[in-house]
Design a protein around this ligand. Structure first.
Ligand code: GLC
Length: 686
C-alpha cells in the first residue's frame, strides 16, 4: 500500500501550506486511506503528485487554520475518516471524533474498548484533541466537498477537555507544579532583564521561523549584512537546543513542541545520498521552510519543509548528534521543564524514540559499546580527526539513552528494547570510565605501558604506544583533576580535550562523581587555556603545522586556534553552566557568563572567536549567531533558577551499576559480573 498521504487539497484558492515529504513507504507517518473515504478522495490521494504527509492550510494573513496527520504504524494504525460533519481518527480500537462545524472544534473520544493502559489513552487525546494548532482539524463541508474552506482553529484546550467523554486522565497527570513556578509567562522573566538580555531576547525572537503561522524553530544565524548565508538560514537541530531551552525556561513551550513534532515528521523522510538510503529513524541536520508557488494558482503558495540529512551539507557529513540524540534530549527537557509528559507518551513520539534507538543500537562490526561514527558527525561537522569513537558522540549517546530509558513506555513491545538500552548504558559507562579517563596517575601508567600484549587480560588493551603521549600533555596535566580523552581506537588515543563531550559526561553522569569533579577542577585550573577571554574552547590544544595539514586536510577554516580547531564557542556556555551547577560550583559559570557579557553583545553575538586566548572574533564567524544568543540566555536563566538546572541533569544511576557487565576472566572465559561496574566505581572513586 502506498503510504503516501495527503489532505493537501489544492482546490483552495488561498495559499496552502504543506509539509512535503518524499516519503512513501516508511512505517511512520503514512496515511491509511480512510475506510469511508469516497472514491474521488482516494483517487486524489493515489494520483496526486503531492507527497505531503501533513497539510496545514493558511489563509492569506497567513493564519494557520488546520492540520491533519495520520499515523501508519502496524502497531498503532490510525486512520482518518470524514463525513460531512465529523472527522474521526481511528487508532487501535479508539475512535477520536471531532465535530467539524463552524465554531469550536469538539473532541469526543469514543469507544475506549480495548484493554490498554491509561498512557495510551492520554496519548491519543493529547495527539488529536488537546492541540491548538497541531493535528487538530477543523473544516466544514467535510473532505468530499469542494472547495475546501478551512477556518482558523478555535479549539481551545479547555473547550476540548470538557468534551472528552472518557475516564481518561487527559494529560496532566504527571504535572510537576513546582517545576512551573516562576516560569509561566514572558512577563515573569521580562521584569528583571538587563539591557543585554533584552537585546538577546529580541534577537532570539527575530530568529524564529514560522511554518504555517506557527513557530517551529530558529535560524542558525540572522545577520542582515550577510549576503552569503549558505545554510545558516536553516533550522539546525543541534543549534535549536539552546533556543528551545531558553524558550522552555521562559515558559514558552509551543515552539519547542512544534519543533519536536515537525522534526519527528522529517524522520520518516525518504532520504537518499547517491542512491543510498540511510537508516530509518535518522533525523536531519537541519531543515528549511520554503515557500513554493502552487501550480496555476494565481499567486497562491504553499510552505514546504525541506530537510538536509547531510546530502547537501558541506562535506556530506553525517549528523549523528542531530539525527536523534539531541532530539531525544530536548524531548526529555520539554517534559521535565513543562511538567507535561503527554507529549512523550504520544504514540508517534514513542515510535520516533524507538526508531532512533533501533538505529543507534543496531549491531555492526564494531567491538566496543561506544558508537562508531565518521568524521565531523557532531558539532564539529568538518574533518578534524574525530572519526571512530569521539567522546562528544558517546556523551550525547549516553544522555540520549538515559533520556529514552525514562521516556519509553514499557510494554511487551518495548521490553527488549528497554533491556538493550540498559545493558548498553552499563557497558558504555564502564568503557568510557575505564578507558577514556586520564589524569596524572593514568598518564604515568600509559607512559610505562608494555605493548604487543596478546592476551585477553592485557593491561594495554588497545596497544597504545607510550610515544603517543603528546609533549604538551606532559606539562599540561595538573596534579589534581583530569578529563576524558577525545577518542579511543586501536593503538590510538586522542589526548585533546574536547569541551562538549567532557561537559556532557558531567551533565549525564557518564563519568563517575570523582571524574566529573576532576573535569570541572581541570577546567578551573586550566581557565586561561580553556576560557581565557571568551568561554569556551571547543577543544584544546589546536592542531598545528603538519598535523593540521594531515588531519584537517589543510582546511583553511580550521587553521590553528580558529573555528573547530581550538576556536572559542560562546554557545558552550549553557552546557558549562549546567555542569557547574550540577557539581555545586555555579560561581564558575557566573564567572564565565560575566566574561562573555563583556563582549558578545558589543561584538554582535559571534558564532566563535579565534586565537589561543579567544581575543578576536572568528575570521569567518557569523554574527548574530542564534545559539550564541540562546546559550547566553539559557545560562542566565539557569543561574537564576538552579532548581531548573537540576531537572536537566542526571545523577549516578545505581540500578545501572547492577546490570551485568560481561568481562573476560584470566582463563579467557567470559564471566558475567553483576558487580563489575560497582567495583569499578569503588576503585575509581578511591
Ligand atoms: C557550523 C557548526 C555546526 C553548526 C552550524 C550551524 O557548521 O560547525 O556545529 O550546527 O554551523 O550553526
Amino acid at each position: 500500500m502506498s503510504a503516501r498521504s495527503s489532505i493537501g487539497i489544492s482546490t483552495m484558492k488561498k495559499p496552502c501550506c504543506k509539509i512535503l515529504s518524499s516519503y512513501r513507504n516508511s512505517l511512520l507517518f503514512g496515511f491509511f486511506p480512510p475506510r469511508k473515504m469516497n472514491h474521488s478522495m482516494i483517487d486524489y490521494l493515489s494520483k496526486s503528485q503531492s507527497k505531503s504527509v501533513q497539510c496545514c492550510i493558511v489563509d492569506q494573513k497567513p493564519h494557520v487554520i488546520g492540520y491533519s496527520k495520520c499515523l501508519a504504524d502496524p502497531n498503532r494504525q490510525a486512520f482518518f475518516v470524514a463525513d460531512s460533519n465529523w472527522v474521526q481518527f481511528h487508532s487501535r480500537g479508539f475512535i477520536s471524533k471531532f465535530r467539524v462545524d463552524k465554531g469550536a472544534t469538539r473532541g469526543v473520544l469514543v469507544i475506549p474498548n480495548v484493554a490498554s493502559d491509561n498512557r495510551n489513552h492520554s496519548t491519543f487525546v493529547e495527539a488529536h484533541v488537546n492541540e491548538k494548532s497541531f493535528e487538530s482539524i477543523y473544516m466544514h463541508g467535510g473532505l468530499n466537498v469542494k472547495p475546501l474552506v478551512i477556518e482558523r482553529i478555535v479549539a481551545g484546550h479547555d473547550a476540548v477537555k470538557q468534551e472528552v467523554e472518557s475516564k481518561v486522565d487527559v494529560n496532566e497527570s504527571s504535572l510537576n507544579v513546582d517545576s512551573l513556578k516562576g516560569l509561566t509567562n514572558e512577563s515573569s522573566v521580562d521584569r528583571e532583564l538587563s539591557e543585554i538580555e533584552k537585546e538577546a531576547w529580541k534577537l532570539l525572537r527575530g530568529a524564529i521561523v514560522n511554518y504555517c503561522g506557527n513557530p517551529v524553530g530558529t535560524v542558525s544565524a540572522n545577520d542582515p549584512a550577510d549576503n552569503q548565508p549558505l545554510n545558516y538560514d536553516q533550522i539546525f537541530i543541534r543549534d535549536f537546543v539552546p533556543s528551545g531551552l531558553a524558550f522552555l525556561l521562559n515558559g514558552e513551550d509551543d515552539i519547542v513542541k512544534n519543533f519536536l513534532l515537525h522534526t519527528l515528521q522529517l524522520q520518516s523522510w525518504e532520504k537518499t545520498v547517491d542512491c543510498h538510503s540511510p537508516g530509518q529513524g535518522l533525523m536531519p541536520a537541519s531543515f528549511k521552510v520554503r515557500t513554493v508557488p502552487l501550480d496555476g494558482s494565481n499567486g497562491a503558495y504553499e510552505e514546504v519543509l525541506d530537510p538536509d540529512f547531510g546530502e547537501s551539507a558541506i562535506g556530506r557529513v553525517a549528523p549523528v548528534d542531530s539525527a536523534g540524540l539531541w532530539w531525544i534530549i530536548l524531548l526529555r527537557a520539554y517534559g521535565k521543564i513543562t511538567g507535561n509528559y503527554a507529549l512523550q507518551e504520544r504514540v508517534d513520539v514513542q515510535t520516533g524514540i524507538r526508531l532512533i534507538l533501533n538505529l543507534c543500537l543496531k549491531d555492526g562490526f564494531d567491538m566496543f559499546p561506544s558508537l562508531l561514527v565518521t568524521d565531523g558527525s557532531c558539532m564539529i561537522d568538518r574533518r578534524m580527526g574525530i572519526h571512530g569513537h569521539p567522546l562528544e558522540i558517546q556523551a550525547l549517546f549516553y544522555a540520549a539513552l538515559r533520556s529514552a530509558r525514562e521516556m519509553l513506555t514499557v510494554n511487551d513491545g518495548t521490553k527488549n528494547l528497554v533491556a538493550a538500552v540498559n545493558s548498553r548504558l552499563s557497558a558504555l559507562s564502564f568503557h568510557i570510565r575505564e578507558y577514556y579517563w586520564v589524569d596524572m596517575k593514568k598518564i604515568n601508567e600509559i607512559y610505562r605501558y608494555k605493548t604487543e600484549e596478546y592476551s585477553t587480560d592485557a593491561t594495554n588493551k588497545f596497544n597504545i604506544y607510550p610515544d603517543q603521549i603528546p609533549s604538551w600533555l606532559v606539562d599540561w596535566i595538573p596534579d589534581e583533576g583530569g578529563y576524558l580523552i577525545g577518542n579511543l581506537q586501536p593503538a590510538h588515543m586522542d589526548f585533546r580535550f574536547f569541551t562538549l563531550g567532557n561537559l556532557w559526561a558531567i551533565v549525564s553522569s557518564l563519568g563517575t562523581k570523582k571524574q566529573n569533579e576532576g573535569i570541572l577542577n581541570l577546567i578551573d585550573i586550566k581557565w586561561d587555556d580553556l576560557v581565557s577571554y571568551m568561554p569556551l574552547k571547543i577543544c584544546y590544544p589546536a592542531l598545528e603545522s603538519e598535523e593540521w595539514r594531515i588531519i584537517t586536510g589543510s582546511d583553511p577554516k580550521n587553521t590553528p586556534w580558529s573555528y573547530h580547531n581550538g576556536g572559542s564557542w560562546p554557545t558552550l556556555l549553557w552546557q558549562f553552566t549546567l555542569a557547574s551547577i550540577k557539581m555545586g560550583k555555579p560561581e564558575l559559570a557566573q564567572k564565565a557568563v560575566a566574561l562573555a557579557e563583556k563582549r558578545i553583545s558589543v561584538d554582535q553575538w559571534p558564532e566563535y572567536y579565534d586565537t589561543q586566548s579567544g581575543r578576536f572574533i572568528g575570521k569567518q564567524s557569523r554574527l548574530f549567531q542564534t545559539w550564541t544568543i540562546a546559550g547566553y540566555l539559557a545560562s542566565k536563566m539557569l543561574l537564576q533558577n538552579p532548581e531548573k538546572a537540576s531537572l536537566l541533569i542526571w545523577e549516578e544511576d545505581y540500578e545501572l551499576l547492577e546490570t551485568c557487565v560481561c568481562a573476560l576472566g584470566k582463563n579467557g572465559q567470559k564471566r558475567c559480573s553483576r558487580f563489575a561496574a560497582k567495583y569499578q566505581l569503588l576503585s575509581l572513586e578511591k
